[in-house]
Design a protein around this ligand. Structure first.
Ligand code: NAD
Length: 264
């Protein structure tokens, strides 16, 4: 512990269980002295989040459905009452109808398109609005995205379109909030087996493909993402904003790999 996050207070949104990317980030920043609050969606998740929060020394566990403005307001009112100010927020939330995370993008429905954009894109902007109001000394805001925003990946479909919009919103938010010393970034994580990922068609195949074709010849872990998040959330990332930072074992730089993997 070098105390990189000592004295910093942050909100982690999107913890569902110990496989969540949010958990890798929470562990990395807590190990460096951050004080954490967690938000969860729906009563069923509270019993999973409570013990994990306790593991990193937090008892501030609050409900929030990001599809509901009143619920977001209630979360930030509770945080303001407890802490007054805030140093960072991690938004590790995305959602789409599982039935449309297989097959073709062209078959996306209007209802699911709208819902996916609302929960997976606008929610980050809604969170930034409230968080920025609690960051008089500046701060760091972080969301999670995926390479399906940049290139076509099998079955990612409407979620790829949403992530492209999320990455664009990170750039606009960075410009708007930069003069207040607030940095806004995204981590583009390689595929990791989580609850949300298990809804994507052929996910095991996508993971195998990434393992065989990425420069590091492996998949990334929650801990890999946690360490890079620590950089962006701490003073180590003080000059970085508006960035989509790939934590994907280098997969995004490869056009075509030489035939050196015996399984291909
Ligand atoms: P996860 O299932 O552990 O987390 C997703 C979280 O979103 C859950 O905690 C869920 O409760 C929350 N959520 C969904 N709808 C919500 C709502 N209306 N209100 C509040 N919370 C809501 O899965 P994860 O893979 O850790 O996902 C975290 C983020 O990482 C997502 O944005 C995802 O798209 C992104 N991501 C995941 C991968 C991967 O391969 N797992 C890769 C790149 C990016």
């Amino acid at each position: 512990n070098t105390g990189l996050m000592a004295g910093k207070r942050g909100l982690i949104m999107g913890l569902a269980n110990d496989k969540s990317i949010a958990w890798g980030i929470a562990q990395a920043v807590a190990a460096q002295g951050a004080q954490l609050a967690f938000s969860y969606q729906g009563d069923a998740l509270k019993k999973r989040v409570d013990p994990l929060a306790a593991e990193v020394g937090s008892s501030l566990v609050l409900p929030c459905d990001v599809g509901d403005e009143a619920s977001i307001d209630a979360l930030f009112a509770a945080l303001k009452a407890e802490w007054g100010t805030l140093d960072f927020v991690v938004h590790a939330i995305g959602f789409s109808d599982k039935e449309q995370l297989r097959g073709r993008y062209v078959d996306t429905t209007r209802d699911n398109f709208t819902m996916t954009m609302d929960i997976s894109v606008f929610s980050f902007t809604a969170i930034c609005q409230r968080a920025a109001a609690m960051m008089p000394e500046g701060g760091s805001l972080l969301t999670l995205t995926y390479y399906g925003a940049e290139r076509v990946m099998p079955h990612y479909n409407v979620m790829g379109v949403a992530k492209a919009a999320l990455e664009a919103s990170v750039r606009y938010l960075a410009e708007d909030l930069g003069k207040d010393g607030i940095r806004v970034n995204a981590i583009s994580a390689g595929p990791i087996k989580t609850l949300a990922a298990s809804g994507i068609g052929d996910f095991r195949y996508i993971m195998k493909w990434n393992e065989l074709n990425s420069p590091l010849r492996r998949n990334v872990t929650q801990a890999d993402v946690g360490k890079s998040a620590l950089y962006l959330l701490s003073d180590l990332g003080s000059g970085v904003t508006g960035e989509t930072h790939h934590v994907d074992a280098g997969y995004h730089v490869v056009g075509m790999k030489a035939v050196d993997a015996p399984d291909i």
